[in-house]
Design a protein around this ligand. Sequence first.
Ligand code: SF4
Ligand code: SF4
Length: 449
Amino acid sequence: MKLFTFSKGGVHPEEYKLSHEVATVAAELPKVAVFPLGQHIGAPTKPVVKRGDKVKVGTLIAEAGGFVSAPLYSSVSGTIAKIDTIIDATGYRQPAIYINVEGDEWEETIDRSEKLETIASHPELTAEEIIDRIKTAGITGMGGAGFPTFVKLMPPPETKAECVVINAVECEPYITSDYRLMMEHADEIIVGVQLIMKSVSVDKAYIGIEENKPKAIALMTEKAASDPRIKVVPLAQKYPQGGEKQLVEAVTGRQIPAPPALPIHVGAVVINVGTAFASYQAVMKNKPLFERYTTVTGRQIKHPANFLVRMGTPFGQLIEACGGMPEGDNKVLAGGPMMGKSVMTLDVPVCKGTNSITVLTGQDAHRDPIQPCIRCGKCVTVCPMGLEPYLIATLSSFKKYERLEGEDVLSCIACGSCQYTCPSHRALLDNIVQGKQAVMGMIRARNKK
Ligand code: SF4
Ligand code: SF4
């Protein structure tokens, strides 16, 4: 099997796909479901419900707050308890809708049947109709970035979509939710890919899957065989293969220029495999985005699992369902160990971008003491963006933001490869991310003048 990959840098973190062969189960409904209003990149949503209102599963509870925004739908039936605040996975407090759960009554407009709808049986679907249904359903990137999907399907006029690239890489070393989704819903995913292709009028799609998922490569190849426009591309196992730029280079051979260039500037529309599945459900089943596949894992977690989770379910409930918190020191991450963010409380609810909850225990939960840089150059060797992490981290810590901009800090994809590889355990990523945010603020202020 010929394997493709990206050209610069990358690392090989130890792999713990503990829940790979654990079939997905539906998580129990929470007693109270909580919906932060900002679950995506762009303007937060605006509530359209008030205390005491009754809702069903699939009822609109907050509308889009701007063009780049996505509406929110209830994942449960019950009564609006309050509109208050909650600390989300970013560690910041933000407005949220609380719903007391009562029963499990769904909106009748949602098609809950298992029947596979095909694109051939719906010739009436135009590109505009597909995009509109995806927009109305509140679909955002399910890989964690949270960009409203319909915006990606409406490329700027100076660009031209030539292919769809489906991100089914799942290169984080613990996460298995996309893998289970492929193993359990391959047919629906293929229809989802066809819908995305139709929406952007292209006749080529690539599904990129890493070599450590041979069963998924085989299954998706078999399912895609009926449509010669869709090609499954096996990828070498290398982190961060799932980065947009790395994936596009691996499957198309094209390199995306430095920011503000996007994949569409080389003709690619990159969509996560979970987003393709959600698009199928939105367009074919009239189902808004209110539940998702989420992995709950960790080396000391008794029963690592994959759940179909209603959004708004607290992390703590899912960890309990896997046997509870391990003894000793723990760090709970929203996401995987490479790019995940440690959460401050187990009340953080599952949101649209929660692909995994990873519990690190004991020594893994601690950082090693930071030592002086020994100028080994390892961070430079592994950076997939060709940056000099030791330099930009230092410039950032000294607040030299203009110089930092010149060193191309905006190209950093926050993959953490530099920090992972540093023998001196320097907090490279933390410093770089902080510096990148400061430079973005500086550019925004400059553009306002
Ligand atoms: S976090 Fe940024 S600087 Fe570090 S390796 Fe990744 S892209 Fe390079
Ligand atoms: S990997 Fe760490 S020790 Fe080596 S050059 Fe980079 S910052 Fe310095």
